[in-house]
Design a binder for this molecule. Structure first.
Ligand code: FNR
Length: 187
């Protein structure tokens, strides 16, 4: 059987984003158990039905990446107790039909959710709102385990580079659970 392909989507465009670093760490944890790639969607325009068809090149590119993936692993911060606008915008694009004959690319895709915050519980609400969005689109959500890592700075050096020492076992637990979940939900 072909190797599982996991696509990571980070809900922050910040260069030294904790959530991006968590995604990179997750890729290391996955190791050779699956292919693992981070989606770059920084060039996706704001959703506007006036430019929806034909799809802008950036949208076509991210749709192709989603289509090729067996599972989508979200890593998101919380903005004002909700999902960051950049991620909502991406999901809005991905929720739309490609053409009259092709299905929407997120339907049925296994999804896992994680997040890290400098605060205490921030990312939990963002993840809840993300669940609401992606369940409406009919993704297959792994509701447990989800990962909420608090106090990011305690697991980072003074330059903001994460070490994640204390969280490593939880990341491993979620990685294995997601691999099993994808396997169990393979078409
Ligand atoms: C935040 N932040 C934040 N944190 C939180 O715990 N609850 C919240 O509601 C918010 N709201 C919020 C809104 C906006 C517009 C910004 C820019 C930030 C702080 C946020 O969690 C922090 O900046 C994280 O470090 C962002 O994640 P990355 O970029 O490090 O992955």
């Amino acid at each position: 059987m072909e190797k599982i392909k996991i696509l990571a989507i980070v809900g922050s465009l910040r260069q030294n984003s904790y959530n991006r670093q968590l995604a990179v760490a997750a890729g290391r944890v996955i190791g050779d158990r699956a292919e693992f790639e981070l989606l770059d969607y920084s060039d996706v325009p704001l959703m506007n039905e006036d430019i929806e068809f034909p799809a802008p090149a950036a949208v076509a590119r991210v749709r192709a990446a989603i289509k090729a993936a067996d599972g989508i692993w979200f890593f998101t911060p919380e903005y004002n107790h909700s999902t960051p606008g950049v991620l909502k915008n991406l999901i809005d694009w991905l929720s739309r039909p490609v053409s009259e004959t092709e299905p929407r690319v997120l339907i049925g895709k296994p999804a896992a959710l994680s997040g890290i915050t400098p605060g205490i519980s921030g990312t939990a609400l963002a993840q809840d709102h993300l669940v609401m969005l992606i369940s409406f689109i009919n993704m297959k959500i792994m509701n447990q385990p989800r990962l909420v890592i608090p106090h990011a700075r305690e697991q980072a050096d003074p330059d903001g580079n994460l070490t994640l020492t204390a969280s490593a076992p939880y990341l491993e637990e979620q990685a294995q659970a997601f691999l099993d979940f994808i396997e169990a939900n393979r078409p």
